[in-house]
Design a protein around this ligand. Structure first.
Ligand SMILES: Cc1ncc(COP(=O)(O)O)c(C=O)c1O
Length: 366
């Protein structure tokens, strides 16, 4: 028998979430809007090739962070266009992108120059990024017209340039920042006789900001079934969790009140207690910062983590579980224990816990 620690990936839930993103995007004024799943960072930890393969019959393109991530998808049979969200990192990537039908985000002048000056056999499709307020990537609004003109006049660039921007605060439903960014975007769209297509929405905007729905939506977190919000939201409540991070009890012991558990002895029993040891630790992506009391499901019952998370093991107080045995199923996060809840206990966000899950944890697709 092998180590029971694994991430079970529910591909039906994935498809459900992607279709929800598609239908939300199309239900506003943009009936023909298209939805591109973000599969960067190994599909937020879920396995990029498997996720892209599962969505290949319904997704028009995919989004990744680098040409290496895109090549990995191509090498594994993904034939759709692939959008590189940060564009090229060096000029030699332009021809590789054109040859492979990778779409390039363009967000600074050196990237424009590299595209215009490349010698290409095929045109490349570009997404021109506008910095509407996040101040991370993109041209300033008053620079967009010039960048657009330079690209649209280049014989290396296909006609259908997409103008895009990214939101800083779309997960904050009370913030004015998203409306300000949308206003800024619409005000500075380049003037052209070509038809422009546009893209604004990440998961939070797809779910909660219909005025941000444009020709292309870019959902990431939501297709993996987690909400970007820290409060209930009617569309987010329809998502289905895709990853179930599971392990099992490998040891049990009774300790007396006053005895401590684990490295640094940071938890001391207040009563005679039963401690279950589960074979999962920070070497598997379970956060070492998880404090005493973080919930763990054993046989479907919430039990508190006690003691420090080790590299390969955690310890859980199962005193109140009527029956527990070696081999019992343990869930660290999944449909009945949102990853966001664990993340919040650890002072981080679900995105981080999902994306940093290491290769050591086998992904099992169902
Ligand atoms: C440009 C861009 N679009 C879309 C996304 C997807 O965001 P989310 O996972 O919040 O949907 C990201 C993620 O960081 C991004 O950088």
């Amino acid at each position: 028998m092998s180590r029971p620690t694994k991430a079970i990936i529910d591909l039906q839930a994935l498809r459900h979430n992607f279709e929800l993103a598609q239908s939300l995007g199309q239900s506003s004024s943009h009936k023909a809007s298209q939805t591109i799943p973000m599969v960067k960072a190994n599909a937020y930890g879920h396995g990029a090739v498997e996720v892209a393969s599962a969505l290949a019959s319904i997704a028009p393109a995919f989004g990744v962070a680098s040409i290496d991530e895109a090549i990995n998808l191509r090498d594994n049979g993904i034939t759709q266009p692939i959008l590189l969200l940060e564009g090229i990192f060096s000029p030699d990537e332009v021809s590789l992108a054109a040859q492979n039908n990778f779409w390039l985000m363009v967000e600074n002048q050196p990237q424009v120059d590299a595209i215009i000056n490349a010698t290409l056999a095929q045109k490349v499709k570009v997404w021109l990024g506008m910095d509407t307020g996040m101040h991370r990537l993109g041209f300033q609004p008053n620079e967009i017209q010039a960048a657009y003109d330079a690209l649209s006049n280049s014989h290396n660039v296909s006609d259908d340039i997409v103008i895009t921007s990214h939101f800083a605060c779309a997960d904050d439903l009370d913030s004015q920042a998203t409306s300000e960014q949308i206003k800024n975007f619409d005000l500075h769209l380049p003037k052209t006789k070509n038809t422009l297509s546009t893209s604004l929405a990440n998961s939070a905007a797809i779910l909660a900001w219909p005025q941000a729905h444009r020709d292309w939506q870019r959902p990431g977190l939501m297709i993996y079934g987690s909400s970007p919000f820290d409060q209930p939201q009617e569309n987010a409540d329809r998502l289905k969790s895709v990853m179930s991070f599971e392990s099992a009890v490998i040891s049990l012991r009774n300790i007396s009140a006053g005895e401590s558990v684990g490295y640094t002895a940071n938890w001391t029993a207040q009563r005679d207690s039963t401690i279950a040891t589960v074979t999962v630790g920070y070497g598997d992506g379970y956060p070492r910062s998880a404090p005493n009391g973080t919930p763990v499901l054993i046989n479907g019952v919430r039990c508190p983590l006690v003691g420090r998370v080790s590299m390969d093991m955690i310890t859980v107080d199962v005193t109140d579980l009527p029956q527990v045995a070696i081999g019992d199923k343990t869930v660290l996060w999944g449909p009945d224990l949102p990853v966001n809840e664990i993340a919040s206990a650890c002072g981080t966000i679900g995105y981080e816990l999902l994306t940093r899950m290491p290769a050591r944890v086998p992904r099992v697709y169902s």
